[in-house]
Design a protein around this ligand. Structure first.
Ligand code: E4P
Length: 223
């Protein structure tokens, strides 16, 4: 399973990259705004800065919602760096834009997926990734994981689709565990969710005990 970090914060991206487990980055306009990034030049420069920190696959989202606008933005974003994956919203014009960009060899990530049929049509258009949002479905009392399982099943039924399931809106370790069990190809997680994966109270307790026993034995030798 591939791990992407879901942030536009350069420090978090650097720390996740330093862990040695990072496969990519996803951003969205809200995450960019959270970092105070606005204006065409600043946005492009920030995406370039992210690309310089990681090995590959940086999802950069278009703002346009019309076909021509999405194509223009998508081509401009892809020109920043070969690591860029153009993120396109799941709307009719978006499906056309995904088809255009994938025919040009530009990787795409179809975002705001809330049904398996949306994922299927994005895959038909040639999307590299589809991003089903687990947490936002859970928020409205609809089981987000059911969507992940359905999409994985459909894509496994049709291997020629060649699109990866990128689980998004991941809110905690349990989401990640369930995504891995369901066979999602990728999960994109906030920094805190990634670092929490290392934690267990019995690990802390066990380590404290090991170190205390070692210190005692050392004292006896030195006495
Ligand atoms: C990533 O591609 C999505 O934009 C992101 O995971 C959405 O997460 P949220 O629902 O926590 O905002």
């Amino acid at each position: 399973m591939k791990f992407f970090i879901d942030t536009a914060n350069l420090s978090e991206i650097r720390q996740a990259q330093d862990l040695g487990i990072l496969d990519g980055v996803t951003t969205n306009p809200s995450l960019m705004a959270k970092e105070g990034i606005a204006g065409d030049e600043a946005v492009l420069a920030h995406y370039k800065a992210i690309c310089d920190l990681v090995d590959d696959k940086v999802s950069a989202e278009v703002i346009s919602t019309d076909y021509e606008g999405m194509i223009k933005e998508g081509v401009a974003l892809a020109a920043i760096d070969p690591k860029i994956v153009v993120k396109i919203p799941m709307i009719e014009a978006g499906v056309k834009a995904i088809k255009y960009l994938s025919d040009k060899g530009i990787r795409t990530n179809c975002t705001l997926i809330f049904s398996a049929t949306q994922a299927l049509i994005a895959a038909k258009a040639g999307a590299t990734y589809v991003s089903p949002f687990i947490g936002r479905l859970d928020d409205i009392a609809t089981e987000g994981m059911t969507l992940i399982r359905d999409i994985v099943t459909i894509f496994n039924n049709y291997p020629s689709l060649n699109t990866e399931v990128l689980a998004a809106s991941v809110r905690g370790s349990l989401h990640l565990l369930d995504c891995a069990k369901a066979g999602a190809h990728v999960a994109t997680c906030p920094f805190k969710v990634i670092t929490n994966l290392t934690k267990h109270p019995l690990t802390d307790k066990g380590l404290a005990q090991f170190l205390a026993d070692h210190a005692k034995a050392q004292e006896l030798i030195e006495a």
